[in-house]
Ligand binder design. Sequence first.
Ligand code: ATP
Length: 301
Amino acid sequence: MALVVMCGQPCSGKSEAAACLAAALRSSVPDVTVRVIDESSLHLGRDESYKDMVVEKNLRGVLRSEVDRSVSRDGIIIVDSLNNIKGYRYELWCLARASGIRYCVFFCDTEVDHCRDWNVKRQEKGEPSYDSNIFEDLARRFERPDSRSRWDSPLFELFPSREEIVESSPVIAEAVSYLTKKVDSKTRDVKVLQPTIATQSVRTTEGNSLYEMDKATQEVVSAIVEAQSGGLGLAMNKISLGPDLPTINLRRPVGLPELRSLRRTFIKLAGQYSLSGRPPPTDADSAKRMFVDYLNREIGG
Ligand SMILES: Nc1ncnc2c1ncn2[C@@H]1O[C@H](COP(=O)(O)OP(=O)(O)OP(=O)(O)O)[C@@H](O)[C@H]1O
């Protein structure tokens, strides 16, 4: 039914807001399962999860897999974690899109000084808290959500340092209404994400299919690199891969690192989600077509 992504600095009041939202949803739609996924529900501590980049990346992977397993058209999942990296929120948004459910982001916009104070108070009380160095590192790396991005929209903003967040807070009520009301095709005021090729799975159970996908996407990347190195520039941004394949329309030059990253994301997305009705790419051309569609959507003009 929906995926809600909490987001904010460490110790900014996310869990309290998530608990209020969960309680308000449970009262409003008692027959719908509302589940909060956070580090502690996965038995992971704060400092152990954020002490270096490797474990932090692992934590994000574990949370993402749990979200992937849990999202459904029937329940509401609230991911109560930092969700501080833009690219990670994009990945969560992709999971919602692949499931064809609604999505929103909740941002606890608490000033870092308040967060730091609250963390110190937790330390003093012996409650689970962040080590000061870890706190500062996370605070520095925080990427604020931007409602203009698809993956940060709609954005519900809370200011826990200035107003008490309770079940009846107007923003909570607004979010509950957004998450639970019936979709009205005329007003289109509720957006239910639609699965697209890139977020639908390519059944890659057969080694052959995986191999084709890998090889085909690599060929597309090579064709783009070659075309660009030929000095095509923006005026000649249409790259043809052959008569039976869509043209690649680039709106700007794209470097190899970005192409590699897009390729990795595409392969991951394609392999990750369950297919809903679309045949898997059994040959190189289908795999290329899907990858080109994906590129045109992500970086196309
Ligand atoms: N409005 C507030 N005024 C004072 N203290 C607050 C307020 N909101 C939250 N706190 C305190 O800040 C601490 C962190 O709250 P909470 O656990 O909700 O934050 P969090 O962002 O989920 O933290 P974490 O990043 O550790 O998951 C708690 O000790 C809580 O009591």
